[in-house]
Every structure is written in structure tokens, then in C-alpha cells.
Design a protein around this ligand. Sequence first.
Ligand SMILES: Nc1ncnc2c1ncn2[C@@H]1O[C@H](COP(=O)(O)OP(=O)(O)OP(=O)(O)O)[C@@H](O)[C@H]1O
Ligand SMILES: [Mg+2]
Length: 273
Amino acid sequence: MRAALAPQGRRPAGARGVRWEAGRGRLVGARCASAVAEKTAGEEEEAAGEKFEYQAEVSRLMDLIVHSLYSHKEVFLRELVSNASDALDKLRFLSVTDPSVLADGGDMEIRIKPDPDAGTITITDSGIGMTKDELKDCLGTIAQSGTSKFLKALKENKELGADNGLIGQFGVGFYSAFLVAEKVVVSTKSPKTDKQYIWEAEANSSSYVIREETDPEKMLTRGTQITLFLREDDKYEFADPTRIQGLVKNYSQFVSFPIFTWQEKSRTVEVGF
Ligand SMILES: Nc1ncnc2c1ncn2[C@@H]1O[C@H](COP(=O)(O)OP(=O)(O)OP(=O)(O)O)[C@@H](O)[C@H]1O
Ligand SMILES: [Mg+2]
């Protein structure tokens, strides 16, 4: 079956000459309590950004992930799609009591754009987004189920290290992006604040930077955009639209929101939804 499913609503910049394929399915996911907690955006941002150190456990985890020889690196996409789905689920849940959170943020969807020329892959959702405090709480500490279970299992299997399948078994959540990326940039907009924030980190660093997004072309109405600058060795595989399309097909059945994946126009892609 050829699914020439036309995208609904917004089309991100640079989408000319390409098309998006969609899939739909059921929902699975997890929650980070701090993302739904009441918090204010915090103080003024410096233009250059503010530097933060990871919690010690995160640094250790990052080190393991970056130097891991784990062979199923593609799990990063499953984790990021699951987070995007969770973010959309949280937004949908909040909108029941407060429809204003939807604002004019467009459809509830996930877009994935592998860019072979740039060596990047970008995952965008129109979900709940994160405030500056939530960025620090959620992407600088370990409070999440899968990731803390991974560290616990690792302690119990010390001699085995991170390469024996524990990463895939327990999941390392957001941090799995660093299985394939040398740099990760997260740009996010929560309905709780007018400001949009960027979280940026390099794979071999114990710190990350948060700054306010000021580029008018990069403004999101709502949600989160995660760009992975792929490692030299992983560019070929994970910036390849056909490879990504194949992976997304597997995950989309567990996600209750449409997932659009970018394809070059000249290529014909069969999608079996
Ligand atoms: N796309 C996103 N939109 C909004 N918040 C996000 C997004 N991605 C991550 N987060 C926040 O970062 C937190 C950490 O994500 P991470 O995947 O590491 O853990 P988790 O999803 O809570 O648990 P799990 O171990 O099951 O993946 C999430 O709980 C969420 O609050
Ligand atoms: Mg997750």
C-alpha cells in the first residue's frame, strides 16, 4: 500500500521539495513528574547562555553511553519518539481542564527529519514543551524510571559493563541520543511561559548550556524540537531517510499521534500502515 498521506496543518521551514509520511497507532509512555509540576520560568536569560553541571549520576551515565560499544544504537529513536508521544499525551491531558494550553499550536503530531547533507536528525513534537526549570529538572538529573533502573542493573552487573544489552533492556531515555550524537540541541516552548529555551550539550562534556531562543525563524508555537548532530560513524545510517522510515514504522504502532517522516521527493517509499 502506498501511503501518500499529505501532512495536515503546519509545514516546517525547509520542507519544500520533500514529503512527509504518516503513521498512527496506540500509545505507550512514561511521565516525568516535574514536567507537569507548577513552576515559573525563572530569571532572565543571558544571551550567551548559562552553563550547568550534570548531576554526578548523569555524568557517569553519559560517559557510559558515549563510550559504549552497544550495537543497537537505533534505540535512541524509540526513546525520543516515546518522549515526544508522552509530551503530546501530557498536553492532551492538560487541555481537558485548560483548553488554553493548546493555543494555536497546530495539530498534535511528531515530525522526524533526517538530513543527510547536514548529518543531522531532528525530531519535533507539538506537545507540552519544557520551561527553563523543567529543562534543568528533566535533562540534567536522573529521576526517570528507565534510566534509574538501568543504573541499578549496571551496579548489580558491574563486570558486564554497558555493552551487554542493558541499554536496550532498560532504556536510558533522553540520554540515548548520545549513542549516536556528538552534540544535541533541544529547543522547547511550554505553554506556561512566553519564552522559548535552548538546551545544548556535547557528548564529551560534564555540563550543558541553557539559553533563550531569540531567532524569530526558530520560534515554535508549542512543543519541542530535538536536533542530533550525528557522529561521523553514525551519519550514514541515521541521517538516511529510508533507514529512519523503516525504524519509525516499528514504533508508530505504539504511538497514538501521527508521525511524519521526511523523505526526498525523488524517492518512493512504501509505508505499510
Ligand atoms: N519531547 C519532550 N517534550 C517534553 N518533555 C520532554 C521531552 N523529552 C523529554 N522530556 C522531559 O525529560 C524527561 C526525561 O526524559 P527521559 O526519556 O530521560 O525519561 P522518561 O521519559 O521520564 O522515562 P523513561 O526512562 O521511561 O524514558 C521526561 O520525563 C520529560 O519530562
Ligand atoms: Mg523517555
